[in-house]
Write a protein that binds this ligand. Structure first.
Ligand SMILES: C[S@@+](CC[C@H](N)C(=O)[O-])C[C@H]1O[C@@H](n2cnc3c(N)ncnc32)[C@H](O)[C@@H]1O
Length: 238
């Protein structure tokens, strides 16, 4: 049974946490912009229509959520691999959404829906226990201490993740930024709902075999940096 999380207790401090990165890059070509607009009609959700799109009641349920999918390499490969499963993707960067849309169109994917915007604008609309996995892959590291408050990993947001995930649901965090990994680890280990699933060194140096590399992962590897993959299991409801 889904409980709507539309209540004040999880309304995050939007001003503090809302998206600060870039929303636009190079101007889109007409072809890319046409594909984005076409795919948006079938595969995107808005704050207004999120419940009328039946994503939370369909046979695709429970869903996977990816926050900040970039160009969508990871989630598209997952959606192709598991056509019976539903994927909700949130990305604010228009050029990333255009690449995601091309991949959705090319593969005729019906099981991906995306919210073109800032995740903090829909947290309060997402139903509790609606997701069995959440992916945060190579999030913006905001390396300066005074910018740490902009990171997606915050106590208030982990509280929300805990409510969105079913019991034994999994949250994956990946990064090539060692300091951000330590920061994330500390936050999840201090949280009563989550348990770090690693037992040995290889567990955080390797990702599941079927995962496609993301753009930022490839960039990190080219610089000779091995990314870290942290797997957290939601063991307890808040
Ligand atoms: C460093 S990029 C990584 C992209 C992709 N995951 C990858 O590995 O290639 C981080 C992405 O997260 C997105 N992002 C950051 N904060 C966000 C937010 N609050 N809501 C939605 N997207 C966000 C950015 O637009 C950007 O595309």
């Amino acid at each position: 049974m889904i409980n709507s999380s539309n209540n004040n207790s999880i309304l995050v401090r939007e001003k503090l946490l809302s998206y600060r990165g870039r929303k636009f890059g190079r101007t889109l070509s007409k072809t890319k912009s046409d594909i984005l607009n076409r795919v948006k009609k079938t595969n995107s959700i808005t704050v207004e229509n999120i419940f009328s799109k039946n994503i939370f009641t369909s046979s695709y349920f429970p869903l996977s959520l990816e926050i900040g999918c970039g160009s969508g390499e990871f989630i598209v490969s997952q959606a192709i691999e598991s056509p019976e499963k539903g994927f909700l993707v949130v990305e604010q960067y228009i050029n990333g959404l255009a690449s995601l849309s091309s991949k959705i169109s090319k593969n005729n994917l019906k099981n991906i829906k995306f919210f073109p915007g800032d995740i903090t604008k829909i947290f309060h609309l997402l139903p509790h226990n609606a997701f069995d996995s959440i992916y945060i892959l190579f999030p913006d590291p905001w390396p300066k201490s005074r910018h740490h408050k902009r990171r997606i990993i915050q106590k208030e947001i982990i509280d929300i993740f805990s409510k969105l995930l079913i019991n034994n649901g999994i949250l994956w965090f990946a990064s090539d930024d060692r300091e951000y990994c330590r920061f994330a680890l500390l936050h999840f280990q201090n949280h009563p709902s989550f348990k770090w699933a690693a037992e040995k060194r290889e567990d955080w140096l390797k990702k599941p075999i079927i995962w496609a590399d993301t753009r930022y992962e490839i960039k990190a590897k080219k610089r000779g940096i091995s990314p870290i993959f942290l797997k957290f299991i939601k063991t307890k409801h808040l």
